[in-house]
Design a protein around this ligand. Structure first.
Ligand SMILES: Cc1cc2nc3c(=O)[nH]c(=O)nc-3n(C[C@H](O)[C@H](O)[C@H](O)COP(=O)(O)OP(=O)(O)OC[C@H]3O[C@@H](n4cnc5c(N)ncnc54)[C@H](O)[C@@H]3O)c2cc1C
Length: 396
């Protein structure tokens, strides 16, 4: 019953059909196994790569399809629709890959981008530390120059793909004394088999059970100087700020797709379940609740589509993307809770997907910049706190 989404062409629709067929056949049957084991197998990444689902938006000269970002968004939506959170393509292709294609030196691009697009090099980004997440300028990890190497030391926390990842974009201070602090930040490409790269615990999480989130340690980890992203020190913070727009948009895209799926399943459930001699769907409370949620999903979709189109045109929409990130993720949390309620006791049972939808939604307002940080950005752009400042938080 969704509205026609006019941002997509016929080619986009054909691509979506192709992705959906693949996800239904190759991905969906594996999800319960991934959720039980807490990780997803590499084979499916390679299959995704072979199908052209990992580098649609990447330049053709490095193995991508050179297509617009809407193709990546379609893959994000279809994986969210299938609840394939274990297969974090949004992180690999939507968040990490653009750092390499936008800022990488020619050698870095040739070395890593084709493998990442084929699914052979699984990407992660290591920003957060045990003592700092929102306040990125306060990271303690250092990268000290020693001849033609950097020696990296520090701990990272909550890193997606921490166990399975092959290459990490690591936020580290090449100049810990810089003032303001963000000017001392660089991004270093660290291969997981580098000496001194240590994978820590795989963390036990409330939701996103199939996806690996881990600690990472750098213990005198030696990385060639050629792995400094972009080849110039002190530009890391600027690169992060530039790429956070797409990261947050990706979250909003996935959030609306997940909400839509929860809603559709709940409509179906209430049509089947009976109480007091009638279907749950016949109670006015059910109808009003679902009508309200369906309305909000369409409002969110319209906003996200507008932002997708603007992003494809290359517009700077940091404020609007921050609005979409907080609003869509709060909607997802609220919607999954209300849909769970309409499932009654079965909603609390893991055999009904709404239970995991509820748990999976919880993190959406926390990562990729917490929703409070999104509101700080918006408030600042409203002029409520003086000029926008680049030296604080994960703000963009
Ligand atoms: C499942 C999962 C996967 C993740 N994957 C990655 C990853 O791949 N790479 C990575 O680097 N990180 C990752 N993270 C980390 C995530 O980005 C951080 O948890 C997030 O940025 C918040 O940082 P924090 O946890 O240190 O919270 P804190 O910074 O300690 O903030 C705690 C709370 O304080 C409040 N707060 C903070 N700052 C402000 C402010 N300025 N104004 C008002 N309130 C504020 C907010 O409510 C916030 O939620 C992941 C986290 C999870 C849970």
């Amino acid at each position: 019953m969704a509205m026609n989404r006019d941002i997509f062409t016929e080619e986009h629709d054909l691509f979506r059909e192709q992705v959906r067929r693949f996800v239904d056949k190759e991905v969906a049957p594996k999800i319960p196994g991934w959720n039980a084991s807490g990780s997803c197998d590499r084979d499916v990444w390679l299959r995704m790569g072979a199908e052209g689902f990992l580098g649609a938006n990447a330049p053709a000269e490095y193995g991508g399809a050179g297509a617009d970002f809407l193709y990546d968004a379609i893959v994000v939506e279809e994986l969210a629709r299938a609840r394939a959170h274990a297969l974090m393509m949004s992180l690999h292709s939507g968040v990490c890959l653009p750092y390499l294609t936008s800022f990488g030196t020619e050698e870095q691009k040739r070395r890593y981008v084709p493998g990442a697009i084929r699914g052979e090099i699984l990407l992660g980004i290591a920003m957060t530390e045990p003592a700092t997440g929102s306040d990125l300028a306060a990271v303690q990890t250092t990268a000290r120059r020693d001849g033609d190497h950097y020696v990296v030391n520090g701990s990272k926390m909550f890193i997606s793909h921490g166990q399975a990842g092959d290459l990490f974009i690591v936020v580290a201070k090449t100049d810990p004394t810089a003032k303001p602090a963000h000017r001392g930040i660089s991004l270093i490409l660290v291969e997981a088999d580098s000496p001194g790269f240590v994978r820590g615990r795989k963390l036990d999480k409330l939701g996103l059970r199939g996806q690996d989130t881990s600690e990472i340690f750098f213990e005198d980890c030696r990385v060639p100087v050629a792995n400094l992203l972009g080849g110039e020190e002190g530009r890391g913070f600027m690169m992060l700020m530039e790429k956070l727009q797409q990261e947050r948009l990706v979250i909003a895209v996935g959030s609306i797709a997940s909400s839509r799926r929860s809603l559709e399943d709940t409509v179906q459930y209430t049509l089947e379940r009976r109480a007091f001699g009638k279907r749950i769907a016949e109670f006015q409370n059910t109808q009003f609740k679902l009508a309200e949620l369906a309305t909000e999903v369409e409002i969110g979709q319209a906003f996200v589509d507008k932002l997708l189109a603007a992003h494809v045109r290359g517009e700077k929409i940091v404020t609007e993307v921050s609005m979409a990130k907080w609003w869509t993720t709060e909607l997802q949390k609220r919607l999954s809770g209300q849909c769970l309620q309409l499932h009654g006791g079965y909603g609390f049972m893991m055999e009904y997907p709404i239970a995991s939808d509820y748990a999976d939604a919880a993190v959406q307002s926390i990562y990729a910049g917490s929703n409070e940080v999104m509101k700080v950005i918006i408030a600042r752009r409203l002029g409520l706190e003086g000029r926008p400042r680049a030296d604080e938080a994960r703000e963009g």
